[in-house]
Design a binder for this molecule. Structure first.
Ligand SMILES: NC(=O)c1ccc[n+]([C@@H]2O[C@H](COP(=O)([O-])OP(=O)(O)OC[C@H]3O[C@@H](n4cnc5c(N)ncnc54)[C@H](OP(=O)(O)O)[C@@H]3O)[C@@H](O)[C@H]2O)c1
Length: 354
């Protein structure tokens, strides 16, 4: 060590002021990056998960019958927490309840309530609350959400689509939080998980309303967390990139986890004092690379050109349907578009702009 340090200090002392400044700045950058990496390794792989049973006997998951929501039902039940499953299709909820009961997780009960979040008016809200108010709900997962069927210019969305997206992505999370946070605060324990998306962190041309609705969730969660954490209730916003579900139409790969893989990682974060998290470590690594090394203008132009391609395909499919031709089932996409954006060497992925 001394054999390295002494010559280094001697060369540093004899160097000019500008060289010394460069070395100092370099050292600060290296130390900061090393600290960030070590902290991330601890948080992603070593930090013990919270015992969520201490927050309450029950959890409530919205959008529970498929994808990420269904994986949460499993993950919570496996940890001994009873689950209220909320979704719009009763037959699917009934089937999931039976599927879960067959697993015979010790001491775990299930209940479901049918709710269509595109019409979450006062009557429906009261119905849901009355069905669940006697349960000790310690974990609320606001998972339900929707994206565009395919990317489009904002004026091309139908009014019903604009309405539905606002209801499912913004109103559902807002009202669900309002329904349950007060009781959690009275009990002095609880946690709320709000599903946002990486789309809420970056500019999203042709998915403008989706990205903006997810950005709302991020801001909302941060403030709710500050408002209630002194009363024992945390609120955490999760910002995943692609997960292999019906919504993303992606197949699993190294950067696209299955819902089960994604949720297992996310369980490590729930209840900790981090208001915004990206639970899957490769999503977080890619995001870190984009934020630190890729010019924003390049990313936005890449998103735009990719979205334009998908818009074209989606419109062709709609035209076929209008003509009564059954389109072939959409093949699941091959590569995560985020990762694709880093493949500078591929000519077919060149950013074309508007
Ligand atoms: N998948 C991704 O790559 C990804 C990435 C970032 C963020 N997210 C976010 O993660 C969340 C879950 O996404 P996902 O991919 O798991 O979705 P998904 O596989 O499409 O599942 C959606 C769930 O929501 C339910 N649902 C849909 N419309 C509903 C309505 N009007 N009322 C009540 N329930 C309704 C569905 O029930 P039915 O089965 O009855 O339709 C289903 O259980 C969303 O908020 C999404 O924005 C996903």
């Amino acid at each position: 060590m001394t054999a390295f340090v002494t010559p280094f200090l001697e060369s540093f002392a004899s160097a000019g002021l500008s060289v010394q400044l460069c070395i100092l700045v370099g050292l600060v950058v290296v130390v900061r990056t090393a600290k960030e990496i070590l902290e991330s390794i601890y948080v992603y792989f070593l930090r013990p998960a919270k015992d969520l049973k201490k927050l309450g006997e029950w959890a409530l998951v919205t959008g529970a019958t498929d994808g990420i929501g269904k994986a949460y039902v499993y993950a919570l039940a496996k940890r001994g927490i009873s689950v209220v499953m909320v979704s719009r299709t009763e037959s699917k909820l009934q089937a999931l309840k039976e599927e879960m009961e067959e697993k015979k997780y010790d001491g775990v009960s299930y209940k479901y309530v049918v709710v269509d979040y595109s019409n979450f008016d006062e009557t429906v809200r009261n119905h849901l609350y009355n069905e669940t108010k006697d349960l000790d709900i310690g974990v609320l997962v606001n998972n339900v959400g929707m994206s565009y069927r395919y990317p489009r210019y904002f004026h091309e969305l139908k009014s019903e689509e604009v309405d539905q997206l606002t209801e499912l992505n913004i109103s559902s999370t807002t009202w669900m939080t309002k329904l349950y946070v007060e009781d959690m605060a009275k009990r002095g324990r609880g946690t709320i998980i709000n599903l946002s998306s990486i789309a809420g962190l970056f500019t999203q041309p042709l998915l403008a309303q989706y990205g903006a609705s997810k950005a709302f969730i991020e801001k909302f969660s941060r403030s709710i967390h500050v408002e209630y954490s002194s009363r024992g209730v945390t609120c955490q916003c999760h910002t995943p990139s692609f997960v292999a579900t019906k919504m993303s139409k992606m197949r699993p790969s190294a950067t696209v986890p299955t819902p089960e893989e994604y949720v297992e990682m996310s369980m490590r974060f729930i209840g900790h004092d981090d208001p915004v998290v990206q639970p899957f470590w490769l999503h977080a690594t890619l995001c870190w690379v984009f934020y630190n090394f890729i010019p924003t203008n390049y990313m936005v132009a890449y998103y735009l050109s990719t979205a334009i391609k998908f818009r074209k395909k989606g419109m062709q499919k709609d035209e076929m349907i209008a003509k009564g031709i059954k389109p072939q089932k959409t093949a699941h996409k091959r590569v995560d578009p985020l990762l694709e954006s880093l493949m500078f060497w591929r000519k077919d992925l060149k950013v074309k702009g508007q």
